[in-house]
Design a binder for this molecule. Structure first.
Ligand SMILES: Cc1cc2nc3c(=O)[nH]c(=O)nc-3n(C[C@H](O)[C@H](O)[C@H](O)COP(=O)(O)OP(=O)(O)OC[C@H]3O[C@@H](n4cnc5c(N)ncnc54)[C@H](O)[C@@H]3O)c2cc1C
Length: 430
């Protein structure tokens, strides 16, 4: 019997398990999946918990609920991969062998990486919302908060769902407005990026939106430490921003076992060097990497994981059958950006094409608008939860092309055409 191991039963691991279960001959292949526990969180839902839109219970299910019958599931922590010997060593001491290995161990926030972040104010006036615990405690804090300086701070640039902090800022604006205390809350968005987002056209749109909502952006801020006594964050070059309530997006890192296995990337953030097209590990041809665990230059997002999965299933089957890996991932990412008051924007991009305005997925008809705040985008964002549990995790195909399509997108117009375009641009906040 040949062995296929999947490390991590989150979004990517569960999805690949379901895809492989349908494709591999069970008389020939034994599939085993490993995770630390049996709790699957719908992480995109963490964004909504602080504002009471979702309750904590809305985002939690048993991992087993999404496994095909008869799945071999080991609850343990992976300590190390020995890629030369095709072995995985678990914390319990158990040693597993494999013919093919899929690493899907994701990324987690590591607040201990920043001095003072987990100081006396942690979970009193300093919170994260990238964890179930952080989002749940922040909900309680916001319920009774009377206002002051709210600082949303990204400790690093490489984080999962890079639009979630922006969404948090927009939802905070709406939440305090609806509570009638927006005039008592100063919202500062403090980021190491040079603007609200990474790509120029989306940054322009999002910066305008921030300005309109009176959210102050502090760019180029590289967090050095958090001063708990004086309640301020301090950058490496001595910039200081005071807070009454700090919502931090701590450094995101890949699993410790990546470092234990000497597989970490150059940044030492424990992301795994991965072939950006085939998703094969750069050193070991029978190891494949998917989801947030990779070092690929695209967003770390569930949507990306889905597109990667469509490519990876083809390439694993090719590998098993001794054929060349012909399926190529183009870095496709598709993210809704919740903007508050029942609206959202949408971005769709890949390794080479930045988010552009237009209609998605059908030209003219849409129904979703790219880089446009609309109600239907918001409905799409909310529908993602159902899609996640029922289609994405279960490995079903979604009605969105795997590789990014230019259909419906408007390439940027030249400067001289700008004036002519303006009348039709009311909603396209560019
Ligand atoms: C606040 C927030 C909002 C988000 N919003 C969106 C959104 O709107 N749209 C979107 O597409 N994406 C969104 N995402 C991102 C999305 O959730 C992730 O990109 C996706 O879950 C990545 O899947 P993954 O399988 O790579 O990692 P995960 O789903 O995190 O799974 C990794 C698994 O590996 C396990 N693991 C790690 N180390 C070990 C070990 N040593 N031994 C055993 N098991 C281990 C973990 O326990 C975990 O279960 C959001 C994320 C957050 C935090």
């Amino acid at each position: 019997m040949k062995k296929l191991l999947i490390l991590g039963a989150g979004t990517a691991g569960t999805m690949m398990l379901n895809k492989l279960d349908k494709k591999l001959d069970k008389k020939e292949w034994e599939i085993t999946i490993i995770d630390k526990d049996d709790t699957h969180y719908y992480q995109p839902g963490f964004l909504f918990i602080p504002f009471g839109i979702y309750k904590p219970k809305d985002v939690v299910k048993s991992r087993k609920e999404f496994f095909p019958a008869g799945t071999h599931f080991i609850i343990d922590e992976v300590d190390k991969i020995n890629g030369d010997d095709n072995k995985v060593i678990l914390k319990s001491g158990e040693v597993l062998t494999y013919d093919v290995l899929i690493v899907a161990t994701g990324t987690t926030p590591v607040p201990s990486e920043t001095e003072g972040l987990m100081g006396p104010l942690w979970y009193k006036d300093i919170f994260d919302f990238y964890t179930f615990e952080g989002a749940s405690l922040l909900a309680k804090k916001l319920e009774n908060w009377k206002g002051g300086k709210l600082v949303i701070n990204l400790a690093e640039t490489t984080i999962k769902c890079p639009v979630a902090p922006l969404e948090f800022a927009f939802l905070a604006d709406a939440y305090f407005t609806e509570k009638g205390i927006r005039d008592k809350v100063e919202i500062n968005y403090v980021t190491p990026l040079s603007g609200a987002f990474t790509k120029p056209i989306a940054t322009k749109m999002l910066s305008q939106l921030m300005e309109k909502k009176n959210i102050h952006v502090v760019p180029d801020f590289y967090l050095e430490h958090v001063d708990n006594d004086l309640k301020k964050i301090v950058s490496y070059d001595g910039m200081e921003v005071e807070f009454d309530l700090l919502v931090s997006i701590p450094t995101n890192m890949g699993a410790d076992m990546v470092a234990n296995s000497n597989m970490s990337d150059e940044d030492d953030l424990n992301f795994i060097p991965t072939n950006k097209e085939t998703l094969q590990h750069k050193q070991h041809e029978n190891i494949f990497v998917i989801g947030d665990a990779t070092n690929l230059p695209t967003s770390k997002a569930g949507s990306v994981t889905h597109f990667e999965g469509e490519i990876l299933i083809e390439n694993i089957l090719s590998f098993i059958n001794g054929k060349p890996l012909e399926a190529k991932f183009d870095g496709h990412a598709n993210c809704f950006i919740e903007t508050g008051f029942g609206k959202a924007a949408l971005i769709d991009f890949n390794y080479t094409t930045e988010p552009l305005p237009g209609q998605f997925p059908i030209p003219v008809l849409g129904p979703m608008g790219l880089l446009k705040e609309t109600r239907i985008n918001h409905m799409g964002k909310l529908a993602f939860k159902w899609i996640y549990w029922h289609m994405l995790l279960t490995g079903k195909s979604l009605p969105v092309s795997t590789n990014m399509s230019m259909t419906g997108k408007k390439a940027p117009k030249k400067e001289e055409n700008k004036e002519k375009e303006e009348p039709q641009q009311e909603e396209v906040l560019l």
